[in-house]
Ligand binder design. Structure first.
Ligand code: NAD
Length: 286
């Protein structure tokens, strides 16, 4: 079997076109342009690239970007003050504080995430929204897991009753994607660094979501023939090339569908961020 490719780049592009059209029609009908605030603390190059891409996507869809670039040593209280200011600003509908915050300055990331107005929580990381996700009530959903589910829907396959194995249990990917798969009536197994016989557990999966951050940890020959493989990992190999958490070439020989890295889950994250911001803006009737 040679897997069909789940093309996140193409899906993300078409979602962004839809968002642009929705915004343009909404504005023509008198609505306020959705506003996304991006907050970058310090000068970490990877974070700077992520934020630049998010800002560019914002501009392309007709959203207004409010950007705050803050020095690494601004400090916890001053950062909380910036968040409070954005919470109070009626033109801002989504707020994103790029993580991780700079090391060595005693930032409390959880306190910063909790300070964001849950209704403006474009990343879906506020504990209230994470609780809503657990209960299955409407709330902003973390962008990468939401993107994984959008890609899964593209396969058109019935998920109910399927065995989904999620490798990784982080708060931003592994745990939320597990809850979303449960919502689709999958039987979900969550694996992590202490899971025993990972190969056997992964080998029993109809749907595999790899979110580990270890290059090619999931071997192609573990994949059950016909399984769907979603690779969230973004790693660089010795030659500097981007690779995922799954051994792509061998996995693609056995899977029915697979996401490439790059061009799979990665581009979906920004599309979902824009979707969360749009929903936050127009849910409030702005
Ligand atoms: P994390 O470091 O917070 O969590 C990694 C998880 O993997 C942990 O739960 C850990 O228990 C598990 N793990 C580690 N070693 C393992 C092993 N040998 N066997 C089984 N499980 C193991 O990582 P994260 O933030 O969830 O990110 C995971 C990957 O996804 C990274 O490569 C990251 O760059 C990528 N990522 C991509 C996007 C995107 O937009 N595509 C977004 C977020 C994260």
């Amino acid at each position: 079997m040679t897997a069909q490719i789940l093309d996140g780049k193409a899906l993300s592009a078409s979602i962004r076109v839809d968002i642009r059209e929705t915004i343009s029609k909404g504005i023509a009908a008198g609505k306020t342009a959705p506003g996304l605030a991006t907050v970058l603390v310090g000068e970490d190059p990877a974070s700077a690239v992520y934020v630049r891409n998010k800002r560019r996507a914002c501009d392309e869809t007709g959203m207004v970007n409010f950007h705050k670039e803050l020095p690494a040593d601004i400090g916890q209280q001053a950062l909380l003050d910036v968040v409070a200011e954005l919470n109070a600003d009626q033109a801002v509908h989504g707020i994103l504080v790029q993580l991780p915050l700079p090391k060595g300055f005693d930032y409390d990331e959880n306190a910063v995430l909790q300070a964001i107005d849950p209704a403006k929580d474009a990343d879906g990381f506020h504990p209230l929204n994470q609780g809503a996700l657990m209960q299955g009530t409407p709330a902003p959903i973390p962008c990468t897991p939401k993107g994984v589910m959008a890609l899964l829907r593209e396969t058109g396959l019935e998920l109910s009753g399927k065995h989904a194995v999620v490798v990784g249990r982080s708060n931003i990917v592994g745990k939320p994607v597990s809850l979303l798969l449960l919502r689709e009536h999958c039987t979900v197994t969550v694996c992590h660094s202490r899971t025993q016989d990972l190969a056997a557990v992964v080998g029993s999966a109809d749907v595999i979501v790899a979110a580990v951050g270890v290059p090619e940890l999931v071997k192609g020959n573990w994949v059950k023939p016909g399984a769907i493989v979603l690779d969230v990992g973004i790693n660089r190999n010795a030659e500097g090339k981007l690779i995922g958490d799954v051994e792509f070439a061998t996995a693609a020989e056995r899977a029915s569908w697979i996401t490439p890295v790059p061009g799979g889950v990665g581009p979906m994250t920004i599309a979902m961020l824009l979707q969360n911001t749009l929903e936050a803006a127009w849910r409030t009737g702005a």
